[in-house]
Design a protein around this ligand. Sequence first.
Ligand SMILES: O=P(O)(O)OC[C@H]1O[C@](O)(CO)[C@@H](O)[C@@H]1O
Length: 549
Amino acid sequence: MSDPTLSPAWQALKAQRKALAKTAMRDLFAEDKKRFERFSMSAAGILLDYSKNRITPDTMKSLVKLARTSQLQTAIEAMFSGVAINLTEHRAVLHTALRNRSEQPVFVEGKDVMPDVRQVLARMKRFTQAVRSGKWRGHTGKRITDIVNIGIGGSDLGPVMVTQALTPYWQKGLTPHFVSNVDPTHISETLRRLDPETTLFIVVSKSFGTPETLLNAQLARRWLVTALKDEAAVARHFVAVSTHTEKVRAFGIDTTHMFAFWDWVGGRYSVWSAVGLSVALMVGMDNFAALLDGAFAMDQHFRTAPLAQNMPVIMALLGIWYNNFWDAQSQVVLPYDQYLARFPAYLQQLDMESNGKSVTRTGKPVHYATGAIIWGEPGTNGQHAFYQLIHQGTRLIPADFLAAAESHNPINQQHQVLLSNCFAQSKALMLGKTRAEVRAELTAANLGSAEIRMLLPHKVFPGNRPSNTLLYRKLDPHTLGALIALYEHKVFVQGMIWDVNSFDQWGVELGKQLAGAIEQGLVNPGKASGHDSSTNGLINTCKALRADS
Ligand SMILES: O=P(O)(O)OC[C@H]1O[C@](O)(CO)[C@@H](O)[C@@H]1O
């Protein structure tokens, strides 16, 4: 892949950015009454309104040209058809096969993976039915009431986000828990509330070598065996999800109670596999299948729609527009949907672990910005916390608003209040409030001229702050599946254009390596001296503080 910044499309975009520097979106809206129709589209039950962006039809044309320059269509086909596009790990990237609801085979190194995918789904179905119906019982014969997913990163964030998002579909009498942090407080506080006789642990780890997960799983295992006074109890209370049968066996989980997935599924793309077992237990396999269907619908759209009408492509290109041409450093995600409270956290891993890279796929340093900082909170909470900075701060922060037209909890008019806040925020960000408007308002409020002069600069909103709005009927499993797939593909498109490998994560390794030596320093007696002075100082102060207590 050649340097994207050298392409004519990149150069055209630079010129357009200059030309648009003084253009206000409020004027673009005034000039074009059809701006919403022009810059909105629907796919898989989701409407994307991208009219409140600093774009003209020419901008979009150049952005699409940029995508073409990156041979995006070829790359999309390569991903879907099992080419080993994760070059540093020599792996195919096939989360799309996990939700391939067609009869089409998907080949990895000449082998159709679909029979294995379907077989695991069938096993998940049998298992979830057994637990949900009470056929699968704990060691002492009691029904399972609590499910604890032990995993971290992709083995936690997907399951927890999706489970929470689908709360209205939960089976009565079952409660989910998620333990991820190696901080013993996390597992301890969870176990404190649980009854070992009725608790089922799902240990989820692609590698089955992640210390956080294994330590927490060992603690849980000890807690169970101590309480039930029988090693054999593990068989009825522990299942595993992993790609590593041997390691699961070595840990002491019967591999007949193991659900497999494959190394062509990245951790942060794995909720569609047996990694989603906690989701399937809570919402049932039919709803899990609807989640897969929704993702498949978005996959079909992504694979077949022309680039200019392709929702993930448009979102990716808009992200690049702000990231690389307007120097935006972050992207805020604002779900006006309480069920999506963990969606920003989920997207942080999806996006930042995928595109937080500074070398190209062939290992050359990049000289342009890549992955944005992703953050966010559900509306309206964010409004009362950090929106001040988005509206009047010095930084440009493109926003994604997400909202459902219909609530699962239609009480009084409260959902309309939520929606009106959502639409008002994107309108306010786009319009802003000019000096003249503020002056007129203050004058109408009968303020004196000195007071008006003092207040005026504080009350001006620059506006022209970009946002997308994603609107759907209701947050059901199908819609959620489509929504997640939309963001997955957005991340992929950006990675292709930036020419980074979105599917490895070497950046998490160094800290893991160093933690081992530091742990020795904390555990061994005597003063630590083998590190830099800061690290030695922290270890030794920690020991001194402990000795004093
Ligand atoms: O599922 P595993 O192998 O325990 O890994 C957990 C997480 O750790 C990471 O490798 C990064 O620390 C993530 O990519 C992954 O989702």
